[in-house]
Ligand binder design. Structure first.
Ligand code: UDP
Ligand code: MG
Length: 312
């Protein structure tokens, strides 16, 4: 069984050497235990870094037989870089593990992931058992985000980022999701193969700075929602019907006040128009939204099904 560890890197010059030392140690020990073959490898994907990242990858490749490198022509973002790595590595490996370069994820659970794979799981999620190393703010915004996602009908694994093992066939299937707005942790649960989780403590970044400042994190969250759920569009129509109900109450109230002669001229007609037209407009936008939602789902050209086994 040939294992590939895929690592997207953007300006990771301060951590790459240490990452290589630790990942090589994991590969070495797995090879010694005969759990993986000795031609297993680490694939660094350089995502258009501006520092010496690629030069370091090249020199690591020369010195360390485990290290392979993929240099992207520009910065395409974490998710796309990871996809590039997975799509490239799947031609050379049976099992693929994706992990960040910064050593926040505990590399020692890779062995456990491999064991789970051998038990027959196609996808093994690395899940953080604690968020001690995160700030109060990050912890709570993340929790709120997961809750929101599940309310919107998006399947995702709580406290799991992009540290996971996938079999080659799962990665093959992942490649059938042709969408441009990638939110991998939302797509992977859709693949449908047997999954399980392993748990680890997430630590601080080994060195360097987070490549996900608040603004990027926020955009990522919006992407996660809008790439998976048409529920926000449907909410518009729901809101419209709600306002239609309100407008009925408003009609009764307005007419009552009007016939009691307590109103100034023009108030009643304005009140009625505002409520009634407002709800009609919302309903109309909601109907348009339904169609846009359909178009949006069609253009993604996601696979309709995924075959797990065919007894022929
Ligand atoms: N990354 C990337 N391209 C980008 C931004 C980030 O390939 O445009 C990589 C980065 O090198 C790291 C991983 O994505 O390996 C996760 O980034 P980071 O650790 O900075 O995110 P955080 O853990 O702070 O959310
Ligand atoms: Mg990180």
């Amino acid at each position: 069984m040939k294992l590939s560890i895929v690592v997207p890197c953007y300006n990771e010059e301060p951590v790459l050497r240490e990452t290589t030392v630790r990942l090589s140690a994991v590969l070495n020990s797995l090879v010694e235990k005969r759990k993986i073959s000795s031609d297993s490898f680490i694939l660094y994907v350089n995502d258009g870094s501006r520092d010496m990242t690629w030069a370091i990858i090249e020199s690591l490749h020369d010195k360390n037989p485990y290290v392979k490198g993929l240099n992207l022509a520009g910065n395409v973002g974490h998710q796309n870089a990871l996809m590039a790595g997975l799509m490239t590595a799947k031609g050379y490996a049976d099992v693929l593990v994706s992990i960040d370069a910064d050593l926040q994820d505990d590399v020692s659970v890779i062995e456990e992931m491999v064991d789970r794979y051998k038990e027959g799981y196609d996808i093994v999620y690395g899940v953080r058992s604690s968020r001690d190393s995160d700030t109060f703010f990050k912890k709570n915004t993340a929790l709120a985000f997961y809750k929101l996602m599940s309310w919107l009908g998006v399947k995702s694994v709580y406290n799991h980022a992009d540290y996971r093992l996938m079999s080659r066939r799962a990665v093959e299937q992942l490649g059938n999701y042709k969408e441009r707005n990638l939110f991998l942790r939302g797509i992977v649960p859709l693949i449908g193969y047997e999954t399980t989780s392993v748990y680890y403590r997430r630590s601080e970044r080994f060195a360097g700075e987070s490549k996900y400042p608040l603004s990027k994190m926020f955009n990522f969250a919006i992407d996660g929602i809008t790439s998976f759920s048409v529920r926000p569009l449907r909410l518009i129509a729901t809101l419209g019907f709600l306002f239609l109900l309100c407008s009925l109450v408003a009609v009764v109230y307005t007419l009552y006040v009007y016939f009691n002669g307590e109103t100034v001229a023009g108030w009643a007609s304005l009140m009625l128009s505002v409520w009634f037209l407002g709800s009609l407009i919302l309903i109309a936008i909601g109907i348009v939204g339904e169609y846009i939602g359909k178009i949006y789902l069609e253009v993604k050209e996601r696979p309709r099904y995924n075959i797990e086994k065919f007894l022929n």
